[in-house]
Design a protein around this ligand. Structure first.
Ligand code: C2E
Ligand code: MG
Ligand code: MG
Length: 607
């Protein structure tokens, strides 16, 4: 018999007896559920699993779906030893005792479901009772309650065999077990390196931690600096070779320390190691070996490690990896450093970030995010448009600036929700100015690199201007230079489509990165927004003035309009005008302000 790991249901399932067909549950509805679940699990992206979340309605659909495949399917609360039932109103109620069938007279604290609930991992067990053999698969789930709370439970998939069927049944069982083990291995391992994949790593790490309750642990993550360069310079085969050898080195460390090694994705690996086996020297010598093997005249290999001394072993494995990664990120750009440790300051930052993520949904729903406008001023002093910038108005009256939450939302995969909201605010504002003296004003909205991956930006923006009947030319889209450098090909494709539909595209923060000039060659945009750091430099470095002047001249020659950001003084304005720049944005004219204030102060002479 074959076994399948069903990604949509997010737990491995095996049909042991009775119904012997193999199956793969996939339905349109489940894809949607999975997507919804993802959005509630911001930390799962850096590796690791958590019990899948379901509403009562989703759970009912799931049970209907799998019930024909097993002799018994039910949801239990293994702590209370009760079967759960789901009402029409989404409420969950506890019903009969769940150990009544195979474990008639005991409360089973060691049953597979109790273990699954405690460890957060899929568990299996066989139980005999009255000449019958019960194969129980216990899959932890988290039920989302209508009041916003959650309830940890376990889905039990049970196959029942009559005992004493003779040798052939036993052989069948052995073959099934072998098949199952092979499939489980495949489901848990990475195809290229044969170390554990993220789900497998998370599952086995959790098992190790549960098996050794007294042990202390370190979680290590690794990342190769500029790994993409290896693929670009030497081809993907060489890239694979590096990954395989990297995996081998780390697995060696894990094996020596009775730990667990996994590949979290791309060039990222993780090792869970018992604290007493950990020595920094192990990581330094692995780094040295890899450096010797893969550095060449064109490329210097550099690997970084982040280390988290696990204080609370009940934390999800994905959170442990996140913390190790937080430490790693602090030395990511540094050739000289190899190992960084998660510390108290990072802990504070990570708690702050968790607060942002957990408060995000409500804040969005409650309208705590507000669009501010900062005028874009023509050389004659006229306001010709504005940039839409977000501010987070907290219930306690404080205002959080975008610099304090945008990056966190990007990492958590939530930024597109905020961006789409602000885009809609901007389009609504443009509609409100329709048939007023300000009907020719444009608004520029910011776009994160992550938006490209999360939503069809073109569809969303065209959908908005169609719905609110606003001409595309009044909405400008700002894409940062760094976003474009991340993936110039898809960036260019989206830009081309947007421009053809009539939107104006602006390259934001130009000059902040390093490869700016190359970008101009490849990307056709309408406006170049020069980052304020370049402007600041002209006051202290003569060479910077020459560079800025050349950039302005070059952009104009390429048919682009140029805007300089961060203009604060008359002297800067004068210099910029001399250099040929005609559009400006900065505190000299106005700080970003709410739309009403923008109308009252920035547009007062323009009615
Ligand atoms: P940005 O798009 O380059 O926006 C310009 C930033 O420069 C704004 O900061 C603005 O307040 C600030 N600024 C403008 N003139 C001056 C000046 O004369 N002096 C100084 N010191 N600063 C000036 P803000 O509003 O804090 O936004 C920071 C960044 O956050 C933005 O940079 C943008 O990249 C991002 N951001 C803001 N709103 C959104 C949003 O809705 N979505 C996304 N994805 N990013 C946003
Ligand atoms: Mg901008
Ligand atoms: Mg900018």
């Amino acid at each position: 018999m074959k076994c399948e790991t069903d990604r949509n249901l997010s737990f491995p399932m095996r049909n042991c007896s009775g119904k012997r067909q193999c199956f793969l549950v996939k339905e349109a509805g489940f894809d949607d559920m999975q997507r919804n679940r993802k959005s509630t699990q911001p930390h799962s992206e850096e590796g690791g699993i958590r019990a899948a979340e379901y509403t009562a309605k989703e759970m009912k659909t799931l049970l209907d779906h799998v019930s024909g495949m097993y002799d018994l399917v039910r949801v239990v609360d293994p702590i209370e030893c009760r079967i759960l039932e789901f009402g029409q109103d989404g409420q969950v109620s506890r019903k009969d005792r769940c150990y009544g069938i195979w474990n008639a007279n005991q409360k089973c604290v060691n049953c597979s479901s109790a273990l699954a609930c405690r460890t957060g991992c899929h568990q299996e067990k066989e139980e005999s009772f009255e000449d019958r053999l019960f194969h129980i698969q216990s899959n932890p789930v988290r039920l989302k309650m209508p009041d916003g709370g959650s309830y940890d439970a376990v889905v039990e998939l049970v196959s029942i065999d009559q005992k004493g069927r003779g040798d052939s049944a036993a052989n069948d069982r052995a073959a099934e077990n072998q098949d199952y083990r092979a499939a489980r291995h495949q489901a848990q391992h990475d195809y290229l390196t044969n170390v554990l994949n993220p789900d497998g790593f998370s599952e086995l790490s959790r098992e190790e931690i549960v098996k050794n309750p007294k042990a202390s642990w370190v979680m290590i993550t690794s990342n190769i600096m500029d790994f993409r360069l290896i693929n670009t310079l030497f081809g993907s085969q060489k890239g694979n070779e590096v990954i395989v050898q990297n995996a081998a080195e780390l697995e060696k460390i894990a094996r020596m320390g009775k730990g667990v090694c996994g590949r979290l994705g791309g060039d990222q690996f993780a090792v869970l190691l018992s604290e007493k086996m950990y020595r920094e020297e192990l990581l330094n010598s692995a780094a040295k070996k890899l450096k010797e093997a893969f550095s060449s005249g064109q490329y210097t290999f550099c690997i970084h490690f982040g280390v988290y001394h696990v204080e609370d072993p009940s934390l999800p494995v994905s959170v442990m990896c996140d913390r190790a990664n937080t430490a790693l990120r602090t030395i990511r750009e540094d050739h000289r450093e190899t190992v960084a440790y998660f510390n108290e300051q990072m802990m504070q930052k990570s708690l702050y970030e968790q607060g942002i993520i957990s408060g995000f949904e409500n804040a969005l729903k409650d309208g705590q995010f507000r669009m501010y406008l900062q005028p874009l001023v023509f050389e004659d002093g006229r306001t010709c448009g504005a940039e839409a910038l977000v501010r987070w108005h907290r219930p306690d009256g404080s205002v959080t600036m975008p610099g304090d939450f945008i990056e966190t939302l990007e990492h958590a995969g939530l930024i597109h929700r905020l961006d789409m909201y602000i885009w809609e605010c901007a389009v609504k504002q443009l509609q409100a100015w329709d048939r007023t003296p300000w009907q020719d004003l444009f608004l520029s909205v910011n776009m994160s690199a992550k938006d490209f991956y999360s939503v069809d930006v073109y569809q969303v923006l065209t959908g908005l201007i169609d719905r609110y009947q606003v001409p595309a030319g009044r909405l400008r889209v700002e894409i940062t230079e760094t976003a474009l450098l991340e993936d110039p090909e898809s960036g260019n494709e989206v830009i081309e489509k947007l421009r053809q539909r009539g939107f104006l595209v602006e390259i934001d923060d130009f000059g902040k990165g390093y490869s700016s000039l190359g970008l101009l060659k490849d990307i056709k945009a309408d406006v170049l927004k020069i980052d304020m750091s370049l402007l600041r430099e002209i006051e202290v470095k003569k060479r910077s003035r020459i560079i800025l002047e050349s950039i302005i001249r070059m952009a104009l020659a390429l048919g682009m309009e140029v805007v300089t950001e961060g203009v604060e003084t008359q002297a800067q304005l004068k210099s910029l005008k001399e250099m040929g720049c005609r559009y400006f944005q900065g505190y000299l004219f106005s700080r970003p302000v709410p739309a009403r204030e923008f109308e009252a102060s920035c547009l007062k002479g323009e009615q």
